[in-house]
Every structure is written in C-alpha cells, then in structure tokens.
Design a protein around this ligand. Structure first.
Ligand code: HAS
Length: 557
C-alpha cells in the first residue's frame, strides 16, 4: 500500500535552474502586462453603461467596439494563456522533480509574444474590431487571425513540453503514480489541446484564407460552431489553473489538507471528457442546429457542472480542516479562524465566494428556456465577470502574491494594500454584476454603445450606474494589485533561503493498486473524450458539411 500523501515526487528541497525560472518569470510578467492593458479598457467598457465616455481619451481608440475587442482578447486570451503557460510549467516541473525543456519553453514564449504583437497591431490600428468571438461575416485584418493562431500554438508548444516531461518521468519511475500536481497540470493541457482543434480549424482553415482574399465568402454557422466547439472548453482552460491552486495551494495557505487524491483526479478527468461536447449551449438561438443536438449539449453541460460542485465541497472540507486546526469550533466558526491576513488566501477565498454566484448563473444560462430570456443581454457579462473576471482573475492575483516572490526571491511589498485590493476588487465585481444581471433580466442588450442612446427602460439607468460604479472599483482594486506587484519586483527585500511552492498534503494519498491506478492512464480517457465529441458533434457535421459559404465580408470599422 502506498502511504505517501504528497502531491509532488519529492517534497523537500527542489529548485528549478535559474534559466528555466527566467522564462517562466517572463511568461507570468507578460500575462500581467496584458491584464494591465485589459483593465484600462475594462474601465472604459463599464463606464459606457453609466454613459460616461472615457474611451475617447484613449490614444488610438476609434470606437467602442475596438475597445471591447482589446478588452476581451488581451484579458481572456493573452493574460490567461501567458499566465497558465508559466504557472503550469512550474507546477509540472516541481511535481515531477525535473526541469522541462528550456528551449521549448522559450519557443512557447516567443509564439505568445509574436501572436500578441500581430493581434495587437490589428486591434490597435482599428482593423480588427470584431470582438473576442470574431464571428464572420465581420472580417478582421489577416494579422489578427495569424496572431490568434500563434497564441494557440504557444499553448500547444507548452503542452508538448509538459507531455515530454511526463513521458521522461514515467520512464524513470515505471509503474509509479503520477504526482497529483503534475496530473492536474497535464490533464488541463490535454483537455485544451483537444478543445483548441475547433478554433484552429476555424482560424487557419477558414478565416485566415478568407481575410487574405483566397476565399470570397464565409460560412457564419460553421465558423460559430467551430468557435464554440473550443469556446466552452476555453472557459475551463481559464478556470483549471485556478482550480489547481484551490486544490493544491489554498489548503496549504489555510493550514488544511486536501481530502482525497483520487477524487481530485476524477474531477479533472471529468473536465477532460465533458468540457468540449457542450458548445451548442452558446448557440441555443442559432438556426440550423437540430433541437436534439442542443438538448444533448444542454444535458452534458449539466454533467460538467458536477466536477465544480465536487470542487466546492472538496475545497470547503480542506478549509474546514485548516479552520479547526486554528481553533475554530461549531458549524461556521472555523471559517472566521482562517488566516484572513494572508493576501494569497484572501484573494482566492473571495474568488470562490464570487464564483458560487457565477456558477449559479451558469446553470441558468444552460437551461434552454431560461437562456431565451438572458441570451445576448447584459446578464451574460454579469455571469462571466463572476467567473473569469473573479474566480480566475482574482485567483491569479492571489497566486501572484506568492508566485512573484518565489520567482524573484523577494519578499512581498505592501501586504495590507494587497488585502485591500482583493476586497475592493470583489466589491466591484459584485456591484457591477448586480447591475448587469438585473439589467439583463430586463432585456438590456450586451455589447452595445449606450453613450448617446437614451435608455429604453428606467431600470436600465440604475443597472448602468451600478455597472459603471462596480467597474470603477474593480479598476481601483486592480491598480492596487499592480502597485503591490511593481513594489515587490522593484523594491522587495531579497530573501536568503530559497523558497518553495506552497503545496498541500492529502488526507488520503494515491493507491498503488486497484481501480484508482487506471486514473493515470491518460490514453484511455483521451479516447473516451474523442468518442464523446464524435457523438456530440458528428451528427451536426455529417448533415451540415461541406458548409454553406455564402456570406460576403463586412467591415464596419
Ligand atoms: Fe459560462 C456563457 C454556462 C462556468 C465564462 N460563460 C459564458 C461566457 C463566458 C463564460 C465568458 O449554458 C460568455 C461567452 C460569450 O461571450 O458569449 N458557464 C456555464 C456553466 C458553468 C459555467 C453551466 N463560464 C463558466 C466559467 C467561466 C465562464 C467557469 C469562465 C472561467 N456560460 C454558460 C452558458 C453560456 C455561458 C450556457 C451561454 C450563455 C448565452 O446564452 O450566451 C459551470 O461550469 C459553472 C459551475 C460552477 C459551480 C460553482 C462551484 C463553486 C465553487 C466555489 C467553491 C466555493 C467555496 C466556498 C469552496 C457549480 C467551486 C468556500 C469559501 C469559503 C470562504 C468558505
């Protein structure tokens, strides 16, 4: 019987070579640089709903849709991809107790920078105001599509790096269980590689040749379907690095322990299998997709809700262990005994609390009939600011409070400011979401410049004011976060002792026999995932292909 409860190969004394830490550091910095651009645009978007026009003062900003595109692409794609690449490279290397291939890490970083520059050029010069979903027949400059392709390639290179690292580790440890932290990291990238195939086919096969004039017409429904094949899984690619931290690091910050190694593996395998065949829940109102297929995707969406519910209970249990160890008693007292002075923990606890509301709104979106009420209204950005805008972004900020000190070997500067940042940001998200959600329920449209248009309903005035006010608080919270980050990098006191990652132990470790060992056989789970994808997308594609390429391009910018 394996008695180890560790989530890494060797709990003591490991540090990556400096060369490898350098590239990881640059990945993380690049991510936060993108976020800094994104939040400035975010302020402009939020104030739009309060009918305060600050976008006109942004250099080079031609219109609202340009700002919205920049906001979506740099926050949701560049920030998260760059951060995830750096963070999960580190967790994999640490868990496997071996460096990864440094050349590949630099190649991944290079592709990310090139993609960012190309897409940034197209957006910045006003030639790609097509939003982050870039639906045709709106057409962007070719450099936008090429840039997006390179951003995805960067994640693929990173995935190959992780897979090679795991293969080398397995050769050295035949029959051993994969350390949990590496398992989670690799499962996340395996899911994303399968998921990103849709967007890759769309961008490289359809949109890039179309923008270069090699094809005259586009097929909006086919493109949208390929986009959403990747699109819902994309949200889990954003989420799972945060979940990694909630499972592995948060229990450590809280003085707790993770409940079960095997249950955690099951959760991530469920994300692998169920994240992709759910995309039609974004297309309930699209004609041309059969009701039966939409119903199947709705059903599977409720399936992918399940691992998040398990996560809620697992993480809560780990926190409760910590709270009771710190002297908490009774039903809820332990909760207040958690270390509310640790900025890394507090940011992530607030992220979890907000995500509980984000998750509930997700269920409402997924319910076919209720979706008809909220689709394309401000309810949807209300939902996603309580998921990607908080669960993910706030968690990444919380992770940064230990990760940046780890990467720079400097102490965190401004702990109090870091705490204030998380509270202000959370208050901002909740107020903004309150506005967007109530406005959405009353039919307030999303993605609309409302600056000079009179609001149709009085309730939209209040919703708009709340969105503007909440968005401003989010901006202030983020600005404080960046002040802490800059202070730490530039002025943090150097530490003598090399630091390690904060990772938990599990109450129940991995078994070395029985059904649980099959959890590590990624090949089986990938085959099962592909079968599920074929069932979920095969009938639609069989009936629809080779497509209907009839729409001429439009450029309104
Ligand atoms: Fe979503 C639309 C359904 C999760 C992001 N979603 C979007 C869009 C985005 C997005 C960006 O079915 C807009 C796309 C666009 O531009 O058009 N979503 C869901 C469902 C879930 C869900 C069922 N979404 C996410 C996550 C996102 C995200 C995660 C980003 C990271 N979503 C939809 C649907 C639409 C949609 C439809 C299309 C709507 C339309 O018509 O356009 C679920 O995965 C949610 C599961 C979550 C939970 C919460 C569990 C809570 C946890 C916290 C633990 C709490 C603890 C508390 C431990 C079940 C894990 C303890 C704390 C203490 C301090 C004690």
């Amino acid at each position: 019987m394996n008695t180890s409860t560790s989530v890494v190969q060797r709990p003591e004394g490991f540090r990556l070579p400096e060369g490898q830490l350098r590239v990881i550091r640059w990945m993380v910095y690049l991510g936060f640089f993108a976020l800094a651009i994104g939040i400035v645009n975010g302020l402009g978007q939020a104030l739009n709903y309060a009918r305060v026009d600050i976008l006109q003062y942004f250099p080079g900003m031609r219109n609202y849709y340009q700002g919205l595109t920049v906001h979506g692409v740099v926050n949701a794609i560049v920030f998260i991809f760059a951060f995830a690449n750096g963070f999960l490279a580190l967790t994999t290397a640490r868990a496997l107790d071996r460096p990864l291939k440094t050349g590949l890490l630099w190649a991944s970083f290079g592709a990310m920078v090139a993609g960012f520059l190309l897409a940034g050029f197209a957006m910045g010069s006003g030639q790609a105001s097509v939003l982050y979903t870039f639906y045709p027949p709106l057409q962007a400059h070719w450099s936008f599509y090429l840039g997006l392709a390179l951003l995805v390639v960067s994640t693929w290179i990173l995935a190959v790096t992780l897979f090679l690292g795991l293969a080398a580790w397995r050769k050295e440890h035949p029959g051993a269980r994969i350390p949990l932290m590496a398992f989670i990291s690799v499962a996340t990238y395996a899911m994303w590689v399968l998921a990103s195939l849709g967007i890759a086919v769309e961008v490289v096969g359809l949109l890039l040749p179309w923008s270069l004039g090699l094809m005259d017409h586009s097929d909006p429904l086919l493109s949208r379907s390929l986009f959403w094949y990747s699109g819902h899984a994309l949200v889990y690619f954003w989420l799972l690095p945060a979940y990694l931290s909630w499972y592995i690091m948060v229990p450590k910050h809280a003085d707790g322990k993770l409940f079960s190694d095997s249950l955690t593996r099951v959760v991530f395998l469920m994300f692998l299998a169920l994240s992709i065949p759910t995309g039609f829940h974004h297309q309930y109102t699209d004609p041309g997709i059969g009701t039966g297929m939409k119903a199947l995707h709705a059903f599977l969406t409720f399936g992918v809700f399940f691992p998040s519910m398990v996560t809620a209970f697992s993480v809560m249990y780990a926190l409760e262990i910590g709270g009771r160890r710190r002297g908490g008693t009774g039903l809820v007292d332990w909760f207040f005994k958690l270390d509310w002075k640790n900025p890394a923990l507090v940011a992530q606890l607030l992220a979890m609390l907000t995500f509980t509301l984000g998750g509930i709104t997700g269920l409402i979106n997924a319910s076919y009939n209720l979706n008809q009420v909220v689709h394309n209204t401000t309810w949807i950005p209300g939902h996603f600011h309580m998921t990607v805008g908080s669960a993910v972004t706030l968690s990444f900020m919380g992770i940064a409070y230990w990760l940046v000190p780890y990467l720079t070997q400097r102490r965190l500067v401004g702990q109090g400011m870091a705490l204030v940042s998380s509270w202000v940001y959370t208050a901002g998200v909740l107020i903004m979401a309150r506005g967007l959600i109530s406005g959405g329920l009353d039919g307030m449209p999303r993605r609309t410049l409302v600056m000079e248009a009179p609001y149709e309903k009085p309730s939209w005035e209040l919703a708009g004011m709340l969105s503007g006010f909440g968005g401003t608080l989010m901006f202030v919270g983020s600005a404080l976060f960046f002040a802490v980050l800059a202070g730490t990098i530039l002025m943090g006191r150097k530490v003598e002792e090399p630091m390690d990652l904060p990772f938990t132990e599990t109450v129940r470790g991995p078994a070395d026999h029985g059904w649980e060992v099959h959890l590590d056989r990624f090949r089986y789970w990938i085959v099962a995932t592909i079968i599920l994808i074929v069932i979920a997308y095969g009938p639609f594609l069989a009936q629809y292909l080779p497509g209907h390429f009839t729409s001429p391009p439009y450029r309104f910018f």
